[in-house]
Design a protein around this ligand. Structure first.
Ligand SMILES: Cc1cc2nc3c(=O)[nH]c(=O)nc-3n(C[C@H](O)[C@H](O)[C@H](O)COP(=O)(O)OP(=O)(O)OC[C@H]3O[C@@H](n4cnc5c(N)ncnc54)[C@H](O)[C@@H]3O)c2cc1C
Length: 457
């Protein structure tokens, strides 16, 4: 019998445990993760040059979760990375942002914040004049390599408690919500409180067990788009002051919102593999090792209404279409070719002034995969972005496809992130409540505070 059982050792699960132990160091906690221990987690692609489809994926699963090898950008704004404001309000959220940010610094995070307030105000004015919406967002960039070290230190901290057990390579099969029991393929663990913190990689499983237990869930959205790469000197005049610029464009021709996302100055584009060998694209940047390029995503939000309720399948279908045209690889196209409806070829790619960082992407024609409204909204947004970042749609701009941001089904929870069933909490990205490192970590703190009111000394 445990006081708390935590399923998923990503930032959400880790911060739940750390926060509880801070006040109740004797609390009996058991944590489960289907992936590896952080000390042996390792993506073989960096050594052998290709993805060998580890099961589960070492990039997204294991202690540290998807956060361990992420870009490690802490987005210090209530408007980014999740929906926690809806549950705890603006004031409390700002308080927790400061609190969790400090915790990351205490574990070795860079104390420098990438943000120039005066420059941000000027950018906001410039954007407004050009019908763009600018989101002010200070960033603490931990960097991919430092992020893993921070997770390692958190692991050591937890392992120092005799009353904490961490079970790796242990996939939870089922949860008996009524009896508060957690099932692996071999054992049953009884817990007073259960925290479901399974992240994106566990969201389908979570959706299934919630449906079995008649818990309410909503899922009607997916973001589809491309990863843009271009010479860093074009974005430097902005990214030197802000690290990244978050801009929203309301497309006049399609009425879709298009947003810039996850900007990585000096970064690298990566392939992200999903189930059934689906190859999508993403980007990240190291703290020290830098390229001469900047990459960022341009994403179009697609909302669906009845009778359609499978946005994840829709996003996968579009990405699959792109994979079909490239023999299963990520597709790449020059923006100038896309604009004149021409396929990019290996010869045309040689005209670029740089080597793309995702070297095995296959040149092709994104217009054969992306629906017209998404394509048009993206091209229109490039024109709008020229007004704040001249050169962004030049001949050296390339687009990788497809980047898809799946939204986990959102679970109905109260303001303490407790589900409709007492003592069962659902937090982090897997519950559809957060979409980034910082808010995922904060969601753990929120659940922990409530659990603390229920645990006896
Ligand atoms: C390449 C990349 C770059 C990113 N860069 C950034 C960034 O710069 N800034 C930012 O804010 N966010 C970034 N993110 C997103 C960030 O990593 C996530 O938002 C965050 O990790 C979510 O935390 P979480 O704890 O909710 O879930 P996760 O980190 O996904 O952790 C969930 C854990 O649950 C485990 N699990 C799932 N199902 C089960 C099961 N049935 N049984 C046992 N264990 C299970 C998984 O193995 C996983 O370890 C990035 C993500 C990726 C992939």
């Amino acid at each position: 019998m445990f006081d708390v059982g935590i399923i998923g050792c990503g930032p959400a699960g880790i911060f739940t445990a750390l926060e509880i132990l801070k006040e109740r160091p004797k609390c009996k906690i058991i944590m489960f993760d289907k992936g590896n221990n952080i000390n042996i987690r390792n993506c073989p692609k960096s050594k052998i040059g290709r993805c060998i489809h580890c099961k589960p994926c070492n990039i997204s699963c294991g202690f540290g979760g998807a956060g361990a090898f992420s870009d490690g950008k802490l987005t210090l704004s209530k408007d980014v990375g999740g929906y926690l404001e809806e549950y705890i309000g603006e004031e409390k959220l700002n308080e927790y942002i400061e609190y969790v940010d400090k915790t990351y610094i205490n574990y070795g995070g860079d104390s420098h914040i990438e943000f120039d307030a005066q420059f941000a105000n000027e950018m906001a004015q410039k954007c407004e004049k050009n019908n763009l919406k600018f989101i002010k967002c200070p960033i603490r960039h931990l960097g991919t390599e430092k992020c893993a070290l921070i997770m390692r230190d958190m692991y050591e901290k937890l392992m120092n408690y005799e009353n904490v057990e961490i079970k790796h390579n242990t996939e939870i099969q089922d949860v008996n919500f009524k009896e508060k029991e957690i099932y692996t393929d071999k054992n049953i663990y009884k817990c007073h409180n259960i925290v479901l913190a399974v992240g994106r990689s566990g969201s389908s499983w979570l959706e299934k067990i919630c449906q079995q237990n008649n818990l309410k869930i909503i899922n009607n959205k997916v973001d589809i788009g491309v990863r843009v790469e271009l010479p860093r000197k074009i974005t430097d005049p902005i990214t030197d002051h802000l690290y990244e610029f978050k801009v929203y464009n309301y497309s006049k021709s399609t009425q879709n919102i298009v947003r810039t996302f996850c900007m990585s100055p000096g970064g690298f584009v990566t392939q992200e593999n999903y189930d059934n060998d689906l190859a999508c694209v993403n980007g990240h940047s190291f703290k020290d090792k830098k390229s001469d390029l900047t990459n960022f995503a341009l994403l179009v939000s697609a909302h669906f209404t009845e009778p359609f309720n499978e946005p994840t399948k829709y996003g996968e279908y579009i990405a699959k279409l792109s994979n079909m045209l490239t023999g299963g690889k990520v597709m790449v196209q020059r923006l100038c070719d896309l604009k004149i409806a021409k396929r990019s070829t290996k010869e045309k790619m040689k005209e670029l002034s740089f080597e793309p960082t995702l070297s095995d992407a296959e040149p092709g024609d994104l217009s054969f995969a992306l629906p017209a409204r998404i394509l048009n909204a993206i091209i229109e947004t490039f024109e709008a972005l020229e007004s704040i970042c001249p050169g962004i749609s030049g001949k050296d701009t390339i687009l990788y496809g497809i980047e898809v941001k799946f939204y986990s089904a959102r679970l109905k929870v109260n303001n303490n992130l407790e589900t409709e069933i007492n003592n069962i909490y659902a937090i982090g990205d897997g519950a559809g409540i957060t979409r980034g490192l910082l808010q995922a970590s904060i969601s753990g703190v929120i659940a922990a505070k409530d659990i603390l009111t229920k645990i006896k000394e």
